[in-house]
Design a binder for this molecule. Structure first.
Ligand SMILES: [Zn+2]
Length: 326
């Protein structure tokens, strides 16, 4: 796929394309980011562009080399991952890889490999890779993917060019889900809860989320400072363990982000399938007040993450949300 199909990483792609044009790509890259944010796609497209017979700084998508990579059967690309039922990437796997990289490429100008997740290389495997990273045989390109570069040996890290991938925005997740063929209704439901990961979005149970969202919107709609029971009942019903509460706060964040968008005159919202409820949040309070509430929800999320009691944190948050204020 061409670089243009990758969403959310424009700056990274610009840097990679510039290095392709000048023929100065690094030997070894370390792509850091959460799973499902686009690291692997970017790695494959970088290799595709390097191998492409039609274009210098992108993948044309139609030449035989690009087609083979899209089909996942190019003989000069090696993917290394833990074997089924194994936790780690073993030193034997790395030896096999080094053996392959030392052979002449079959079709491409050079060989390439992706090691994912790189933090699962055993210490001996990682140590055996050091020399290869420094002087890849036959000019091979080595790309390591990791969730956290800090989990790799510093000797591995320092031999690679580190590129950090940010999580995707909910809007980009939404677009990618729809491109994947997900119904727009379901996509609009899971995108805001994906944490910026397409992978996570695809794993979420959209029916369970729909039920949860209804419950949250209804409770939030009933918050009334003059009927204090509405505050404590909502906190009682919606709080759970830390993870469930963080998920709830993510949902509230996405509602208020949308409400602020509507209040600011933008018609674009992520929770499209709950538009009526979002409009009522947007019109119940002024835009500045909704911005304050949005900041308040962020604050609450941070404190729950830092170990605040979920129920008490929600009591306070809902009290503020119920408060008349404009
Ligand atoms: Zn091509």
């Amino acid at each position: 796929m061409p670089f243009a199909d990758i969403l959310g990483h424009d700056r990274i792609i610009e840097v990679l394309r510039r290095s392709l044009r000048s023929g100065k790509t690094a030997h070894s890259y370390l792509f850091e980011g959460i799973p499902g944010c686009g690291r692997r796609k970017t790695a494959l497209t970088l290799i595709q562009a390097l191998f492409c017979t039609a274009l210098a700084d992108d993948a044309c998508g139609v030449c035989p080399s690009c087609r083979k990579i899209d089909a996942g059967n190019h003989p000069d690309i090696h993917l290394v991952a833990p074997l089924p039922d194994k936790r780690d990437i073993s030193i034997e796997q790395l030896r096999d890889l080094q053996h392959e990289l030392a052979l002449r490429p079959y079709e491409a100008p050079r060989k390439a490999c992706i090691i994912d997740p790189a933090e699962r290389m055993s210490v001996s495997a990682a140590n055996s890779l050091l020399k290869t990273l420094e002087e890849p045989p036959g000019d091979a390109l080595i790309i390591l993917l990791t969730e956290n570069a800090g989990m790799l040996l510093s000797t591995v890290r320092s031999r690679c060019q580190l590129i950090r991938f940010a999580p995707l925005s909910p809007e980009h997740v939404l677009t990618l889900l729809e491109r994947n063929g997900m119904e727009p209704e379901a996509a609009a439901l899971v995108a805001p809860m994906s944490g910026g990961s397409l992978k996570r979005a695809l794993e979420l149970d959209n029916e369970a989320l729909a039920v949860r969202r209804e419950a949250v919107l209804s409770r939030v709609g009933q918050l009334n400072i003059n009927r204090i029971a509405t505050v404590f009942d909502a906190a009682e019903e919606l709080s759970g363990n830390r993870d469930a509460t963080l998920e709830l706060l993510d949902m509230l964040l996405s509602f208020y982000r949308d409400a602020v968008h509507l209040g600011a005159g933008s018609g674009e919202i992520v929770n499209r399938s709950a538009r009526a409820a979002i409009e009522s949040i947007a019109t119940r309070r002024s835009l500045p007040r909704n911005l304050e509430l949005l900041e308040h929800i962020y604050e609450t999320r941070r404190s729950v993450q830092r170990n605040a009691n979920p129920k008490l944190a929600l009591d306070q948050l809902f009290m503020t949300m119920a408060d008349g204020g404009r």
